[in-house]
Design a protein around this ligand. Structure first.
Ligand SMILES: Nc1ncnc2c1ncn2[C@@H]1O[C@H](COP(=O)(O)OP(=O)(O)OP(=O)(O)O)[C@@H](O)[C@H]1O
Ligand SMILES: [Mg+2]
Length: 309
């Protein structure tokens, strides 16, 4: 089942079109990454999906409910949790109290609140700090507290707007692992991030937004959209004989030689490295390095985002 579905979703602020005709689907249990430069419309999209901001046109449904219908939006609010881009906590109150108040807003019992507060603060390494005022937390601790808060009522769908932006490498890993744990529980996660590496590690599918939706696909699909991978062989010294031998053996394949560095385009570079090295050696070449280079998620991202700019 599609948990999140948009069709032609558009938001205008006066003359400015912030989100332009965006259509995508996110299946239940999927981790969906939303990438795009500053001002691309990621936060605006999330706000529309969470019924915090009205859309200008198009459609958006969460769990089959329409974000534009008042009655449906009540259902949606029960179903979703939001980690907003600006955390916003009750600073004078303890971490525990911050979560407890949220749990009450969702009509949870005291026992239910206690259980989830302990569970989520524990998972995020904050249980020991439960009695400390949120205002005395560091940025990263506040960020984690906001994540616990978004989960307090056990939502099916979790929206996270740059959840690791303020976190140190170890805490970022805690949150990434946490996202993967939530995925095991079949929750649907919508993740806004600037961290391509993070997106690649945790997301099942990724969309690249630049006001318009530029591309959607699995990390592998996006990686391979641009350029294509190649096998790179560095020789101890440049050799015309080696280039000629490669061109003969791999006829019809793009082979570029740049001094002692040769690159051979390949659809299956990992599989072809041994054959290519073998051909080089047979032609008398001495190999200093051989490996696979090219198309990364970053390359695809930069190409798609620049095209529009
Ligand atoms: N309330 C608002 N009123 C007017 N313009 C707005 C409003 N909210 C957002 N915008 C504009 O909409 C565009 C998209 O902003 P948005 O915050 O969605 O981008 P983003 O992709 O989340 O960027 P970032 O990576 O910096 O968080 C920007 O040009 C922004 O100035
Ligand atoms: Mg944003």
């Amino acid at each position: 089942m599609d948990m999140i579905e948009t069709a032609g979703l558009t938001k205008k602020f006066g003359d400015l079109t912030a989100v332009d005709g965006v259509s995508f689907k996110v299946a239940e249990g999927e981790v969906f990454g939303f990438l795009g430069p500053n001002g691309a419309g990621k936060t605006t999209t999330v706000r529309m999906l969470c019924c915090l901001l009205s859309k200008t046109s198009g459609e958006a449904h969460i769990g089959g409910y329409d974000v534009a219908k008042d009655h449906d939006s009540l259902e949606i609010r029960q179903m979703i949790g939001v980690v907003p881009d600006n955390v916003g906590l009750y600073e004078p109150l303890s971490a525990y109290k911050n979560l407890d108040i949220y749990g009450r807003l969702y009509g949870m019992t005291e026992a239910g609140r206690r259980q989830n507060i302990e569970r989520y603060l524990g998972m995020l390494g904050l249980w020991e700090k439960r009695d400390v005022a949120a205002g005395a937390f560091s940025k990263g601790m506040k960020q984690k507290l906001a994540i616990a808060r978004a989960l307090i009522h056990d939502p099916k769908v979790l929206f996270m707007d740059e959840p690791t932006a303020n976190l140190d490498p170890e805490s970022s890993k805690t949150v990434r692992d946490f996202i993967l744990d939530l995925k095991q529980e079949k929750r649907t996660i919508f993740l806004n991030t600037h961290n391509l590496d993070e997106a690649q590690r945790v997301c099942d599918r990724i969309a690249i937004l630049n006001t318009k939706l530029m591309a959607t696909g699995t990390p592998d699909e996006l990686e391979n959209m641009v350029g294509g991978k190649k096998v790179v062989v560095e020789l101890a010294q440049a050799s015309d004989a080696v280039v000629a031998a490669l061109k003969k053996k791999f006829a019809g394949v793009a082979i570029v030689s740049d001094g002692a560095k040769l690159s051979v385009a390949s659809a299956d570079p990992d599989g072809q490295v041994p054959d290519i090295v073998d051909a080089v050696v047979r032609a008398g070449g001495r190999v200093r390095f051989a490996g696979v280079e090219g198309s990364s998620l970053e390359a695809t991202y930069l190409q798609l985002v620049r095209k529009e700019g």
